[in-house]
Write a protein that binds this ligand. Structure first.
Ligand SMILES: *[C@@H]1O[C@H](CO)[C@@H](O)[C@H](O)[C@H]1NC(C)=O
Ligand SMILES: *[C@@H]1O[C@H](CO)[C@@H](O)[C@H](O)[C@H]1NC(C)=O
Ligand SMILES: *[C@@H]1O[C@H](CO)[C@@H](O)[C@H](O)[C@H]1NC(C)=O
Ligand SMILES: *[C@@H]1O[C@H](CO)[C@@H](O)[C@H](O)[C@H]1NC(C)=O
Ligand SMILES: *[C@@H]1O[C@H](CO)[C@@H](O)[C@H](O)[C@H]1NC(C)=O
Length: 474
């Protein structure tokens, strides 16, 4: 039970509060609901130093503690007492989820992981980092809803459960050296700071010196594997996946078995590429796994609240988590006025799904958001019948209008009333509340109209007034 000890124990509460307060002031000064994911366009080159590291490595030198296998579906252990709180912030790109996530990232008793599913898709398909655009996961390349594949839904669940059960060190090396940990450590996921610092001395891995982490290894399989995830490339993606994730296990070395299905096929010519990829990862594995144990698993175990934010998961994931952790799990479903979402999406070409690329007009961009949100809200109702006390719907725009009240009710749901009062005060003073209304001045009236027409359900359900009406009234 040692791991349940509150990590602020022994430190006078006011120091913690002052610290938290200062962190929040600092963080909130740069809060920006628009900044969900940043995509880089250029593939990183292979650094010569890194290539050298590959040659030095002995293949097959496995870490005895490595366990790439999926845990059994029902690993819920009694060690998860009801005092451990778990929270899934389920949201959509450009919906203010970074802002809401930051509330937990800055909380001294919370362990917060920012969108682990992007790393998962990269590790699973060998695509470039940050190239699993949410709308290419929710929709096919024609813009129709798609269901996750069995592997995808199983692994999404596995990923989030590993976090909730503080077993991040069991992630495949490809996830553990994702550039993600470095890129978001200052702004979104401060837990990454110590972890990145620990990883850097690993052979030649130096994020701050410009190394791309996983990107360097991914270069080896750039030819056989598509750069991004989308259903148009499903055949090629699944081929890469079949090597990287085989027989329900993360592959970490080359073997004849992996290639048996491709005997005599053209794909065989890439075997060497994958071999190099595995070797590249292997050189880093012992160190990063050790770092993950000390700097991810341990702080996770010490935290009273474990929080995962996603913009790539359907609400089905939350349903599974309620089943797995009936006494511990909580859900925040975060939505935002579609006009705000759309303005933000218009300005972020990299966040467009394949089907939106040809014609990214406001109607198309709002339609996909609203369809997705509506589907999740519909499915949420069944969950609410059973778990209503542990589900909170937040509409970003309303949230910003009453930070104090909403903050209080979030922490009340979590049974953490103690920490809330001062926090809200700070948030209220510092948050960029105007941002939520920016669409009113930045969108053309015709575009506002188009969005309102594309999202009648949303407008009605959340009592959002048509903008034109407002204008006439004023
Ligand atoms: C739960 O954990 C305890 C102690 O670590 C162990 O003895 C027990 O076998 C575990 N139960 C299950 C179902 O895994
Ligand atoms: C997705 O799964 C549901 C339930 O199994 C099924 O009814 C639906 O037709 C599927 N949709 C697609 C696009 O395959
Ligand atoms: C990483 O690179 C930075 C910038 O080049 C350098 O200052 C730092 O010392 C390097 N760290 C390690 C561990 O090599
Ligand atoms: C697949 O995994 C199972 C369990 O881990 C193992 O028993 C089996 O031998 C594996 N199959 C192949 C073809 O490797
Ligand atoms: C919208 O307004 C109706 C009637 O005033 C109210 O009952 C309902 O709770 C409101 N819904 C939301 C989401 O605010």
């Amino acid at each position: 039970m040692v791991w349940r000890l509150n990590r602020i124990a022994g430190i006078p509460a006011f120091i913690v509060i002052v610290f938290y307060t200062l962190s929040l002031v600092k963080l909130i000064a740069r809060l920006n609901p628009e900044d969900d994911v940043i995509v880089r366009d250029e593939a990183p080159g292979i650094s010569p130093v890194f290539a050298l590291a590959d040659e030095e490595v002995v293949i097959g030198n496995t870490d005895p503690e490595r366990d790439g296998n999926l845990p059994p579906a029902t690993t819920t252990n009694s060690s998860l007492t009801s005092e451990v709180k778990m929270l899934h912030v389920l949201s959509y790109q450009r919906s203010g989820s970074s802002f809401v996530g930051r509330l937990f990232d800055a909380h001294p008793n919370a362990f917060f992981i920012y969108e682990p599913l992007s790393m998962l898709f990269t590790a699973l398909y060998g695509i470039m980092e940050d190239r699993a655009i949410p709308n290419n996961i929710f929709f096919d390349h024609y813009g129709n809803f798609r269901n996750l594949s069995d592997d995808q839904s199983k692994l999404m669940t596995w990923t989030v459960r590993n976090i909730f059960e503080c077993r991040l060190s069991e992630f495949p090396t490809a996830m553990l050296i994702s550039n993600f940990w470095y890129r978001y450590q200052d702004t979104h996921m401060s837990i990454g700071k110590d972890y990145v610092k620990c990883m850097e001395p690993a052979r030649h891995l130096n994020f701050s010196g410009g190394d791309e982490g996983l990107g360097v290894c991914l270069e080896h399989i750039r030819k056989p594997c598509p750069r991004s995830y989308n259903t148009l490339d499903e055949g090629l993606l699944n081929r890469c996946r079949s090597i990287l994730w085989h027989n329900d296990t993360w592959s970490d070395t080359d073997s004849d078995e992996l290639w048996a299905p491709y005997e005599g096929q053209d794909f065989m010519k890439y075997r060497q590429n994958f071999r190099q990829y595995f070797t590249c990862l292997k050189s880093l594995e012992p160190r990063v796994r050790q770092c993950a144990r000390g700097h991810l698993d341990t702080p996770c175990k010490n935290a009273e609240l474990r929080v995962v934010k996603t913009v790539r998961a359907p609400i089905e994931l939350s349903r599974i988590l309620f089943e797995a952790y009936p006494d511990n799990f909580n859900l925040i479903h975060l939505l935002r006025d579609p006009r705000g979402v759309t303005l933000s999406r218009l300005r972020a070409e990299w966040a467009h799904g394949y089907f939106e690329r040809q014609d990214p007009d406001p109607r198309v961009l709002s339609d996909s958001y609203c369809r997705n949100a509506q589907r999740d809200v519909d499915e949420r109702q069944a969950l609410e019948a059973e778990h209503g006390d542990h589900i909170k719907e937040l509409v970003y725009d309303h949230f910003m209008g009453d930070l104090r009240g909403n903050g209080r009710s979030i922490f009340k749901m979590l049974g953490m009333e103690g920490s809330v009062r001062k926090i809200n005060h700070i948030i209220e003073g510092k948050a960029d509340i105007e941002r939520k209304d920016r669409w009113k001045t930045w969108l053309k009236l015709a575009d506002i109209r188009a969005i309102e027409k594309a999202c009648p359900w949303f407008m009605h359900s959340y009592n959002l007034t048509l903008y034109e009406e407002n204008r006439i009234l004023q």
